[in-house]
Write a protein that binds this ligand. Structure first.
Ligand code: NDP
Length: 333
């Protein structure tokens, strides 16, 4: 079995990841760490986790094989490096760190230690995105020309905390959502971004100089151009992902989400076709791939390198918004 320790008594673990680990035939949650012993104990009690601790050492000394890190973003680096040093496999939330240079340190450390490092970019596990990737790879839209990503949402009230108030914790919509769009574009297009230009805004929700809206223009290696919109303040926008090619277009609706929902339509000279796709829970699939990787079978659905790519993209977007200039994306991998 794979014995897990949770670093962070977070919402995402409570809502999705604890269930996803327990959905595996060999997944077990042994311990949870919070910075507060009281919160650790309460969280452990509510979620049926045997051990509650309040230090990283105590967690890493528990009898565990892997850790899932879902603390606020400024803590990921130090926690991941300590876990890797202790010989644990690491599934880390996005963004991996606050800079792509720090994220590369995590990738290098995991490689040197021979442990698996994954980034929890859940959208790669969505049947919708996999169906689009397959359709494109098999030539169904001809040569891809352009993509459009609609990922501006309303940040739920229970999450209106550090994301909109604490720059030092890695708040802001770019580190929160643009990283996902970077990863999903790379995955669906099977292509890497080379350049980005971005405008950001503070539309009234975020403070402390943080952005709560962003629009980005991307250029990919193949010449594809893309646009993406990320936001925290639009209650009624809905989400979507489109890819337009020489022979067809893909229109996915309600797919930039944590749930296995939405639809994908292919439009070509032959007419319109609704693509069918797998509806498995995204996080359960991510965990299955991660367990397989631990057992030496393949890679996590998003690797540490993929996390460096998404963070290098977000970093370039922030730099572009600040400078008013297009910025090259270079993960230096
Ligand atoms: P939360 O705000 O729920 O949790 C983050 C940290 O905040 C926890 O580790 C906890 O610290 C602290 N905290 C939580 N509740 C309280 C409380 N009531 N009082 C005081 N402190 C509290 O964050 P999320 O779950 O939304 O996000 C965590 C990470 O996961 C981030 O890196 C985020 O980017 C990522 N994420 C990824 C998603 C995905 O789909 N891939 C979706 C959502 C988030 P402590 O552990 O010390 O108790």
């Amino acid at each position: 079995s794979v014995r897990w320790g949770l670093i962070g008594a977070s919402t995402i673990a409570r809502q999705f990841m604890i269930d996803a680990i327990r959905a595996q035939v060999d997944g077990e949650i042994v311990a949870v760490m919070s910075s507060s012993q009281e919160r650790a104990a309460a969280y452990a009690g509510e979620n049926g986790i045997p051990v509650a601790v309040s230090t990283l050492d105590a967690l890493l000394n528990a009898d565990i094989d892997a850790v899932y890190i879902s603390t606020t973003n400024e803590l990921h680096l130090e926690q991941a490096l300590a876990a890797i040093k202790a010989g644990k496999h690491v599934l880390c939330e996005k963004p991996l760190a606050l800079s792509s240079a720090d994220a590369r340190k995590m990738v290098d450390a995991a490689k040197a230690a021979g442990v698996v490092l994954g980034t929890n970019h859940h959208l790669r596990n969505a049947g919708s995105h996999r169906a689009m990737r397959e359709a494109i790879a098999s030539g169904r839209i001809g040569k891809p020309v352009a993509a459009r990503v609609f990922h501006s949402v309303y940040l739920p009230e229970n999450l209106q905390g550090w994301r909109i108030t604490r720059p030092e914790a890695g708040g802001g919509v770019v580190l929160d959502i643009t990283v996902h769009d970077a990863d999903t574009l790379r995955f669906v297009l099977g292509d890497d971004p080379v350049e980005i230009s971005a405008f950001t805004q503070s539309a009234g929700m975020a403070n402390g100089g943080l952005e709560d809206g962003a629009m980005c223009i991307w250029r990919f290696k193949s010449g594809v151009i893309a646009q993406s919109h990320e936001g925290f303040t639009t209650k009624f926008a809905g989400t979507g992902f489109e890819v337009h090619g020489s022979e067809g277009s893909l229109f996915a609706s309600n797919v930039m989400t944590q749930k296995p929902v939405g639809s994908v339509l292919l439009r070509t000279a032959k007419g319109e076709e609704e693509l069918s796709f797998d509806r498995e829970d995204l996080y359960t699939r991510s965990l299955r791939q991660f367990h397989a990787a631990i057992h030496g079978d393949g890679q996590p659905s998003a690797t540490g390198e993929d996390g460096v790519w998404s963070l290098a993209s977000a970093e370039a977007a922030l730099q572009s918004a600040k400078s008013g200039k297009a910025v090259a994306i270079d993960p230096k991998l």
